[in-house]
Design a protein around this ligand. Structure first.
Ligand code: GLN
Length: 305
């Protein structure tokens, strides 16, 4: 078994000069209350080994990484019917584009842009009596950590200032692609984005996607092999919004980012890796995080290609 620790340490040294070059997300005011110089990485393997460096055990706001959890939960429940309401193509546009939703008549391009994720949240609200509790239970099951919680201040901050998301949800509702009350959809959506987890917990919770849909510790099946393949394919093509092509090109792993500065990626059959650095690039993806993952696949010679 490879000792990844020295590689992670080397990566950290090489990306440290990038800190200060990006911008912490401020359009959700509560997200700004973070030390922009934090940096952590965690790598977990299918045989249960973990390698961590820096702030890998500090929790942060997972934001859009939550879209992988809600999609997995909805996919497990609804199967292929899901794709009647949301598409499967990369958006090539910012994650909160109103223009694209209007062009495409209320069928969001994919489940990882905000409009698509809100349709998935709506599916969960229709299928669970207590959707917020169901989402937390699911994340706890995937990570094996019982005390994963919502950060209520961040959820409230986004709910109070998320005017573009409110516009997207209302537009979806007007075209019949939201079944539930718009306020309820926005409330659940803002909470799922406000889940707090560390790099180690996130990497752990993505291992089922590296293992054909089965949580390796405990052997619990979450998705079928085909569904896990499909979810990984959506991460590869859509996980980084209008930078998805560049991420596939530079890094070569399916993954998902969030505006809290986290990124999680997997190599099926091997490992899951998470990185956190709060400063973002112009696409809303962690600037040093992307570089760190690029260095990881370059230095190890590992990727999905
Ligand atoms: N909660 C954020 C939003 O809806 C999530 C965006 C992201 O992480 N890319 O704007």
């Amino acid at each position: 078994m490879k000792n990844y620790l020295s590689i992670l340490q080397e990566i950290r040294e090489e990306v440290l000069p990038l800190l200060g070059r990006g911008k912490v997300a401020s359009y959700i005011p509560a997200l700004e209350n973070v030390d922009s110089r934090r940096f952590g990485m965690a790598l977990v393997t299918l045989d249960g080994e973990a390698f961590v460096i820096g702030d890998a055990d500090e929790r942060f706001s997972i934001q859009s990484i939550s879209k992988v959890f809600t999609l997995a939960l909805a996919f497990a429940k609804l199967g292929e019917d899901l794709w009647k309401r949301v598409g499967l193509e990369p958006s090539g546009n910012p994650f909160n584009s109103l223009l694209q939703l209007e062009y495409e008549k209320g069928i969001p391009r994919n489940p990882f842009i905000n409009a698509g994720a809100m349709v998935i949240t709506d599916v969960l609200i229709s299928n669970f009596d207590h959707p917020k509790a169901a989402i937390l239970d699911f994340v706890r099951q995937l990570s094996g950590i019982d005390d994963v919680y919502y950060d209520y201040d961040i959820a409230r901050s986004e709910r109070e200032t998320g005017f573009v998301n409110a516009a997207l949800a209302n537009y979806l509702k007007s075209l019949g692609n939201i079944e539930n009350n718009v306020e309820t959809v926005l409330d659940v959506y803002c909470h799922q984005c406000a889940i707090k987890m560390s790099c180690r917990e996130l990497a752990q919770s993505f291992l089922f996607l590296a293992n054909h849909g089965i949580i390796p510790s405990g052997n619990t099946r979450i998705l079928t092999t085909s569904q896990a393949k499909r979810l990984n394919a959506i991460m590869l093509t859509c996980g980084f919004y209008d930078q998805a092509g560049e991420f596939a090109f530079r890094v070569g792993m399916p993954g998902k980012s969030g505006v809290g500065g986290g990124i999680v990626a997997v190599i099926p059959g091997e490992l899951a890796i998470a990185v956190w650095s709060p400063e973002l690039n112009e696409h809303g993806n962690s600037l040093a995080g992307i570089k760190a993952l690029e260095l990881f696949t370059t230095k190890t010679g590992r990727s999905i290609f």
